[in-house]
Design a protein around this ligand. Sequence first.
Ligand SMILES: Cc1ncc(C[n+]2csc(CCOP(=O)(O)OP(=O)(O)O)c2C)c(N)n1
Ligand code: SF4
Length: 253
Amino acid sequence: MEKKAGFAKPEALTDALTHYCPGCTHGIIHRLIAEVIDELGIREITIGIAPVGCAVLAYNYFNLDFAEAAHGRAPAMATGLKRVQPDKVVFTYQGDGDLAAIGTAEIVHAASRGENITTIFINNAIYGMTGGQMAPTTLPGQVTTSTPFGRDVKLAGHPLRVAELIATTSGAAYVVRRMVTKPATIASAKKAIKLAFQAQRAELGFSLVEILSSCPTNWGLSPLEALEWVEENMASYYPLGDYKVIDEVKSLK
Ligand SMILES: Cc1ncc(C[n+]2csc(CCOP(=O)(O)OP(=O)(O)O)c2C)c(N)n1
Ligand code: SF4
């Protein structure tokens, strides 16, 4: 049967089958990024940086130039690539273990320096790839393999709100939080990704789109339950919203 144009695979995705678990929203986010790259016509000039984590093989799934960074170091690699090739569009794709634990210094300083790069930050409140250990973004009371009685904030500290933190940096131009649980929220996430890339093309500085994402496997939930868990538990601790949008970015809309 002929595919409807709207559902055709974006050119910016390869034909490779992904290894993501059923119901994992990494796949949805990959597709949104690819659709945006196609719509902006920037596939030939875009360079992605893959993280360490479940998205470690992202370079196999995107049909564009990709580099692989050591755990948490994607913003440093993106900085170098963008500085030597300022005409390229450079983005990092990072999970919460990658970006908000081992990579905290890199992301804070890249944003603070106002590097003209884009980060797509996947917050699924857990270390997915390594077996479901506590991440910096694990919710208070959340059971993980390393917090079997639930995260005790007195012992393990409080979850880190990354969008709010990065929005305080002077070099950040566009910092927002979205989720991908149903058509309306997915459409909103896509618009945010597009605006982030447009901000970079307009040389306005650092942009970060945090996306609340599901990990049904390590949360021990069905795919549908996991989406509900994002809406009911994650979105209340990590409110969706625009945390920093400088005027020049607003005028791009
Ligand atoms: C230097 C280093 N330390 C630790 C690890 C182990 N490690 C691999 S993935 C990962 C966490 C990934 O979690 P996250 O970034 O949240 O991505 P997810 O798998 O949930 O998508 C860790 C700690 C590693 N590969 N390298
Ligand atoms: S372990 Fe979690 S984050 Fe990793 S692919 Fe499976 S559902 Fe997605």
